[in-house]
Design a protein around this ligand. Structure first.
Ligand SMILES: *[C@@H]1O[C@H](CO)[C@@H](O)[C@H](O)[C@H]1NC(C)=O
Ligand SMILES: *[C@@H]1O[C@H](CO)[C@@H](O)[C@H](O)[C@H]1NC(C)=O
Ligand SMILES: *[C@@H]1O[C@H](CO)[C@@H](O)[C@H](O)[C@H]1NC(C)=O
Ligand SMILES: *[C@@H]1O[C@H](CO)[C@@H](O)[C@H](O)[C@H]1NC(C)=O
Length: 487
């Protein structure tokens, strides 16, 4: 029953725990009798006031925050807490979000597949639709933080991405082109601490090896990132002072100063790269934070979360459940997790362990809908449907969501509880906000998981499933933790 917290702004549930359990049991009498072979434990379901899950038109910033360490506020790009949101509230185009999500998933697999074969041209089937790319597609790019760059430091809103390594921002004079962004475009000539990187430096050579982009102009190192959706950024590989908070300032931070940036969605100034590459912010701040960061993604677009750097002070939070962080043999940049099974309402789904073991699972901040191997998805979907028979099933969109309900006539809904089970025995219960995706208000509320159409595709633990819990990356300690309790 984690996930339903009376104190949380996202749930208007005033129920006491005892009432809640009672209500769940009551609602269960109908649902649970469907599966006679299995006794439901108390409070195995989530009962949620649906309207509380919708973003409000005004921002209700989180009052919790994370005051422990360097902490940046995370906002949803399209929500009222973001200064990037369009002046007029345009309806979120979910078709577009889901399309972008699939492009991101394809580009992640393309990178992994390419590395698997050690030859870009071997990815025949994918190459026809998706040529080899150098970076993970931005996807729907929903979660944004604001950092300061340069001297004096200028605020820049960046999408943070555990699937990207190089931080970049658009730069004046935009020698090629810049897309419109909300904040003034970074001007290196106005920063006293900006420096270009020499083409012969080991850093330049290393970057060029990573990006497979091998060019310099005069003695100045260039970078290029081409994303899976044919957007790209090309510019000067540079260093400048990065300011996260007044106490968290990093001189000589490597970043891309983008002179030609195309195909990106208007608004944010670039990307903050959090993957496991030498040039990611995680590696560049190793002296201060020892490869520890955490984030909480807000439960709705009208609330806020945080991105923090550094391990928690003092007594460790007993509520954090840690599991092993794995490294994909295929691509060491991504954060791997060892998913071994899934429970629905406390019952283990019948999925052979081998289904998850190859090619494995990653946890990703930029993928919206979690992707599962076909066998696992089918088992989850069937169990979810079996627990949701009291609600009318409606057709899904053309995209990959196939289990949607019209809940518009229900004030509350009872979802089954979903847990991920890891290879080391740790179980992770998803927050109630992390189970469904509101595709069309309450008229199409869909199970927020999708099936991989290719058995070689990686499973992805996406950001819908990570909402409203703290996700802690102890990269040095080789573990990733999850703590309920929200943002
Ligand atoms: C939403 O996005 C899709 C795909 O990008 C597009 O075809 C459609 O016209 C958009 N719908 C609206 C209402 O803008
Ligand atoms: C960085 O390199 C670019 C391209 O060569 C040049 O135009 C610019 O003046 C250089 N900036 C600095 C601070 O050296
Ligand atoms: C960089 O290296 C190349 C090849 O080793 C050399 O020809 C060139 O002079 C070097 N440039 C600088 C600025 O050191
Ligand atoms: C981005 O901004 C440009 C110029 O303001 C505009 O023409 C274009 O339609 C915008 N693109 C999107 C996807 O909003």
């Amino acid at each position: 029953m984690a996930g339903v917290r009376p104190g949380s702004s996202s749930f208007s549930s005033p129920l006491s725990m005892r009432n809640f359990i009672g209500l769940s049991l009551l609602l269960c009498l109908t649902l649970c009798s469907l599966d006679k072979g299995f006794a439901l434990a108390e409070a195995d379901t989530h009962t949620v006031d649906l309207r509380s899950l919708f973003p409000a038109t005004t921002c209700s910033p989180s009052t919790k925050g994370n005051k422990r360490k360097a902490s940046l506020e995370v906002v949803h790009k399209h929500g009222p807490c973001s200064h990037l949101a369009q002046h007029k509230a345009t309806a979120t185009n979910h078709t577009q979000i889901l399309e972008q999500d699939q492009v991101r998933v394809n580009s992640i697999n393309s990178q992994i597949f390419k590395k698997l074969n050690g030859n870009e041209d071997l990815s025949q089937s994918k190459a026809t639709t998706l040529p080899a790319r150098w970076a993970t597609s931005q996807g729907a790019s929903n979660y944004v933080v604001t950092v300061g760059l340069g001297t004096p430091n200028k605020p820049l809103s960046l999408v943070f991405d555990t699937g990207s390594y190089l931080t970049w921002t658009q730069c004046q004079p935009c020698a090629g082109s810049c897309y419109p962004q909300k904040e003034p475009i970074f001007d290196p000539s106005a920063s006293t601490s900006y420096t270009n990187i020499s083409c012969n430096s080991t850093d330049c050579i290393q970057l060029r090896t990573t990006t497979k982009f091998n060019r310099c102009v005069a003695d100045t190192c260039l970078y290029a990132l081409e994303y899976g959706d044919s957007s790209y950024t090309i510019g000067l590989f540079a260093t400048d002072k990065l300011t996260l908070t007044p106490n968290d300032v990093f001189d000589g931070f490597f970043f891309g100063c983008g002179q030609k940036n195309e195909g990106f969605i208007n608004g944010t100034a670039g990307i903050l790269g959090l993957s496991r590459n030498k040039f990611s912010i995680i590696e560049q701040t190793i002296q201060k934070y020892n490869r520890f960061f955490s984030y909480c993604l807000p439960p709705t677009a009208s609330s806020t979360g945080y991105l923090s750097f550094g391990a928690p002070d003092g007594a460790s939070n007993a509520a954090v459940k840690y599991t092993r962080l794995t490294t994909l043999s295929l691509s060491s940049d991504f954060y791997g997790i060892d998913v071994a099974g899934i429970n629905v309402n406390g019952k283990k789904l019948s999925i052979p362990a081998s289904v998850f073991s190859s090619p494995g699972t990653i946890i990703d901040s930029g993928t919206v809908i979690s992707r599962l191997p076909s066998t696992a998805y089918t088992a989850l979907r069937d169990a979810f449907r079996a627990a949701m028979t009291s609600y009318p099933l409606v057709p899904g969109p053309d995209e990959f969501l196939d289990t949607c309900y019209d809940l518009s006539s229900y004030p509350t809904v009872t979802y089954p509880k979903i847990e991920f089970v890891f290879g080391d025995g740790v179980t992770l219960e998803l927050d109630a906000t992390g189970i469904v995706y509101f595709l069309n208000g309450l008229k199409q509320v869909c199970l927020a998981f999708a099936e991989n159409d290719d058995a070689n595709d990686i499973a992805i633990f996406g950001n819908t499933q990570q909402k409203n819990m703290e996700v802690l990356y102890d990269v040095a300690g080789g573990r990733v933790g999850f703590a309920p309790g929200g943002c």
